[in-house]
Design a protein around this ligand. Structure first.
Ligand SMILES: *Cc1c(COP(=O)(O)O)cnc(C)c1O
Length: 393
C-alpha cells in the first residue's frame, strides 16, 4: 500500500467516525491555574483547561492519592534511590528490589502466591490472555469486560464467547455448551459501576474446574474489605492508575502461572520494566490504603449523599453503589450536548459513547472521589437538574 492510499483510507474512516459524532479529541490539563489560585494540591478534584477551572467528576483517582504528600515523597525517595528509569526489560537488568518488595506486598494483601508487574493494566491484561490461551482453549467472559481483555483474547486465537452482563444463568448455558477452560470478569465494571456476582462465579468455576480471572482495576484499593483475593479468583489483575493514584499494574496468581508468564509473556519480556520509582509509589499507596480507611470512608459517604440528593431531585441514576455513577441518556448527541452544557457550568463529567458502551447506551459517567465535599456534590446535582430540565429529561 502506498503512503497516499493509506492516507486516503484513514481519511475515509475518520470522516465516518466524525459523521457518527464519535470523533475524540484531547484537551490538555494545565497546572498553572492551580498555582495561581493557590488551590489545595491535596484536593485534586479541580482541574484547569484553557484557563478555565472545573470541578472534576471524571477522574478515576477515587481517593485523591495522585496528589497525596506521602506518595509524592515516595516517588522522590524512589527516584533518589533508583533513578527515574529501570533501564531495561525485567529479564535483563530492569527488575530491582523495589519491584520485588512491591510484588511481595501485593501477595501479602491478596493472598496470591506470586505477582508480575506491568507498566499498565492494558498491557497486563493483553499479556495475560495472549500468553495463557491458544487456539485449543475456550474462554468465556462477561459481555462488558474491558477492551484490553477482548484484544488479548482475540490475539490468543482462543474460542471466545461472552455471557450476558452479570448473568450467572447465561454463563452456565455457555459452560454447558462449551466446556471452557476459563471465565473472565471485572470486579467493579468500569462504565456501569456495578459489582460482579464474584462469589457465585467463583463457585461456578470451581464446580466446572475452570480458572476464574478477575480484572480488579476499579476495585483494588478502594473497596474495603476487598472484593477479590486469592480465595475468590485464581488470577487477579490489579491496576495502580485508579484508586492507587499512580501508574502500573500487576497480575497476581499461583507461582506456576507467574513463572509461565515470566518465560512467555512477550509484553513482559520485550518491554522496559516499570520504573522502580513508580514501584516505590505503588508500594506506599498499597500500604496507605490498607492502613488508613478515612479516604474510603469519606468516598462512601459521598456516594450515599450524592445518590440521596439525586433521588430527591428526580434524577434517575442506575443501581450502582460505587464511585462510578452513570446516568444513561441513550442518544449520542444528547449525551454530548448534556456533557458540554455541564462543562459550561463548570463541571467535567465523562460523555461515554460507542464503542466504549453498546449502541443506544450512551451516558454521562460521573465519578465521585473522597476529595469532593458535599457542597461540590450539591453543585453538581443543581447543574444536572438544570441541564436535564432543559432537555426535558
Ligand atoms: C483502566 C482499566 C484497565 C487498564 O488499566 P491501565 O493501567 O489504565 O492501562 C484495565 N481494565 C479495566 C477494567 C480498566 O478500567
Amino acid at each position: 500500500m502506498s503512503a497516499s492510499s493509506m492516507l486516503d483510507k484513514i481519511r475515509k474512516k475518520q470522516s465516518r467516525v466524525e459523521n457518527q459524532g464519535l470523533l475524540r479529541r484531547r484537551h490538555a490539563i494545565s497546572v498553572n491555574g492551580a498555582e495561581e489560585q493557590n488551590l489545595d494540591l491535596s484536593g485534586g478534584l479541580s482541574l484547569t483547561q484553557e484557563g478555565k477551572h472545573y470541578l472534576n467528576f471524571s477522574s478515576n483517582d477515587y481517593l485523591g492519592l495522585s496528589r497525596s504528600k506521602v506518595l509524592i515523597e515516595a516517588l522522590i525517595l524512589g527516584a533518589n534511590t533508583y533513578g527515574v528509569g529501570s533501564g531495561s526489560s525485567p529479564l535483563v537488568t530492569g527488575y530491582s528490589e523495589a519491584h520485588l518488595v512491591l510484588e511481595q506486598k501485593l501477595c501479602e494483601v491478596t493472598g496470591h502466591q506470586a505477582a508480575l508487574l506491568f507498566c499498565s493494566g492494558f498491557s497486563a491484561n493483553t499479556a495475560l490472555m495472549k500468553t495463557l490461551f491458544d487456539s485449543s482453549d475456550r474462554v468465556i467472559a462477561d459481555k462488558l469486560v474491558h477492551a484490553s481483555v477482548i484484544d488479548g483474547l482475540k490475539d490468543s486465537q482462543a474460542e471466545f464467547k461472552r455471557f450476558l452482563h452479570n448473568d450467572i444463568a447465561s454463563a452456565e448455558r455457555l459452560i454447558s455448551k462449551q466446556a471452557p477452560s476459563a471465565l473472565v470478569t471485572e470486579s467493579i465494571f468500569s462504565m456501569d459501576g456495578d459489582i460482579a456476582p464474584l462469589a457465585a462465579l467463583s463457585r461456578l468455576c470451581k464446580q466446572h474446574h475452570m480458572s476464574f480471572i478477575v480484572d480488579d482495576a476499579h476495585g483494588f484499593g478502594v473497596q474495603m474489605p476487598p472484593l477479590v483475593d486469592a480465595t475468590i479468583a485464581d488470577i487477579q489483575v490489579v491496576t495502580f492508575g485508579k484508586a492507587l493514584g499512580c501508574q502500573g499494574a500487576a497480575i497476581l496468581a499461583s507461582q506456576e502461572v507467574i513463572d509461565f508468564l515470566v518465560s512467555n509473556a512477550r509484553e513482559y519480556i520485550y518491554s522496559t520494566a516499570l520504573s522502580p520509582a513508580n514501584a516505590c509509589v505503588a508500594l506506599a499507596a498499597v500500604e496507605l490504603v490498607n492502613s488508613d480507611f478515612s479516604r474510603s470512608k469519606k468516598l462512601n459517604e459521598n456516594i450515599d449523599y450524592f445518590r440521596k440528593q439525586c433521588e430527591q431531585t428526580g434524577i434517575k441514576l442506575t443501581d450502582s453503589q460505587t464511585a462510578i455513577q452513570p446516568l444513561i441518556l441513550g442518544d449520542v448527541d444528547v449525551t454530548l450536548k448534556v456533557a458540554e452544557q455541564l462543562k459550561q457550568l463548570g463541571f467535567c463529567v465523562g460523555a461515554i459513547r460507542p464503542p466504549t458502551v453498546p449502541q443506544g447506551a450512551s451516558r454521562l459517567r460521573m465519578t465521585l472521589t473522597a476529595m469532593h465535599t458535599f457542597n461540590d456534590l450539591d453543585k453538581l446535582v443543581d447543574g444536572l437538574k438544570s441541564v436535564l430540565h432543559h432537555h426535558e429529561i
